[in-house]
Design a protein around this ligand. Structure first.
Ligand code: HXC
Ligand code: NAP
Length: 291
């Protein structure tokens, strides 16, 4: 058994229809692929229909599953409602939502225009709110249950992070929404969870967050205790579990999958791992002598 292998049993998502925002690229596409392999029907959305259609064709061919690509800017509530109507018309009903669409770039905050800050808040926080509200109203009104929402956040949703402040602000809001609605809408049979990934190589994130030779200068694997980046299948495994009925009692949780990255940044003495083994004997002697 390896962590790069599919984890759940065949048919684990059979009978479910899931909307994955930003499902035409990166992690959204990888999660969609695995959901399809597990028997789900998937609606993928983003702003770029050409990209979505290409992804849908490839995914259908690879998995034999059913994918519906729909263009939708998550910032626009009317477009979000249209996606829901089109999904119901095509598949009969919708049972799951993965809020995965995001926008992000690195910048000193004082260099951002007001609209640059807004664009990230609007995609991440307002977009997740739009999708969640539309789907939630539909589930509650039509008594469709169980239903599940999975929000893709980041570990800096709770630590904060310099240079990605609009993203950190928005993801913190999404996390608060996850935990709040996990309680409020549990009575309707709707579960809410989140995943906080560490670095998983994708073109979207890498080109914007580690442009040019920043990739080499700030090799993200170096600050991960497990000394490697994430593999898409391991994130897809976790997402599929949380979307499945196997996770029926998991509600309001945020699962970190980052090889220990954020805790490494948080522990006051963690940088002592730079001290070579031979030096520890010497340090121990010095400390004892000072007693
Ligand atoms: C400063 C910038 C900027 C930059 C855009 N702007 N890029 N400001 N630095 N690098 C400003 C523009 O000047 C403009 O302000 C405003 O932002 C809107 O820009 P547009 O290009 O008009 O917006 P739009 O086309 O909607 O594009 C949104 C985007 C873009 C966020 C700017 O990057 C995008 O489409 N991203 C989607 C994919 C993505 O970002 N994926 C990464 C997710 S990774 P003015 O004032 O001129 O109007 C992620 C991982 C986190 O979240 C954790 C990793 C470990
Ligand atoms: P990505 O491929 O760039 O994914 C972002 C997706 O969002 C794209 O498909 C994009 O498609 C879509 N999108 C952007 N703006 C949109 C809008 N206004 N309306 C609808 N869709 C929109 O990057 P990724 O790395 O896979 O990121 C996926 C998720 O994982 C994000 O939530 C990100 O914050 C999170 N994450 C990633 C990492 C990582 O290391 N990769 C780490 C932590 C968290 P269009 O451009 O076609 O609209």
């Amino acid at each position: 058994m390896k962590y790069t292998e599919p984890m759940l049993r065949q048919g684990a998502l059979k009978g479910k229809t899931i909307i994955v925002t930003g499902g035409g690229s990166g992690l959204g596409k990888s999660m969609t692929k695995y959901f399809l392999e597990l028997g789900a029907k998937v609606v993928i959305t983003s702003r770029n229909m050409e990209k979505l259609q290409k992804a849908a064709d490839a995914l259908q061919q690879e998995t034999g599953g059913e994918v519906l690509p729909l263009a939708c800017d998550v910032r626009d509530y009317a477009q979000v409602e249209q996606v829901l109507q089109d999904s119901i018309a095509h598949f009969g009903q919708v049972n799951g939502l993965v809020n995965n669409a995001a926008g992000n770039f690195i910048s000193p905050t004082e260099r951002l225009s007001a609209s640059a800050f807004d664009v990230i808040i609007d995609i991440v926080l307002k977009g997740s709110k739009n999708m969640t509200l539309a789907l939630g109203k539909y589930w509650i009104e039509n008594k469709i249950k169980p239903a599940t929402v999975l929000n893709i956040v980041t570990t800096y949703a709770w630590t904060g992070s310099a240079y990605v402040v609009p993203s950190a602000t928005a993801k913190a809001g999404v996390l608060a929404m996850t935990r709040s609605l996990a309680v409020e809408w549990a009575k309707y049979g709707i579960r809410f969870n989140a995943i906080a990934p560490g670095p998983f190589p994708t073109k979207g994130a890498w080109d914007r967050l580690l442009p040019g030779d920043l990739k080499d200068k700030f090799d993200p694997a170096k600050k991960i205790p497990l000394k490697r980046l994430g593999e898409h299948q391991e994130l897809a495994n976790l997402a599929a579990y949380l979307m499945s009925d196997f996770a029926a009692y998991v509600n309001g949780e945020v699962v970190t999958i980052d090889g220990g990255e954020w805790l490494y940044g948080a522990g006051e003495f963690n940088q002592l791992d730079k001290i070579p083994n031979e030096m520890w004997d010497m340090l121990a002697q010095m400390i004892k002598k000072n007693k």
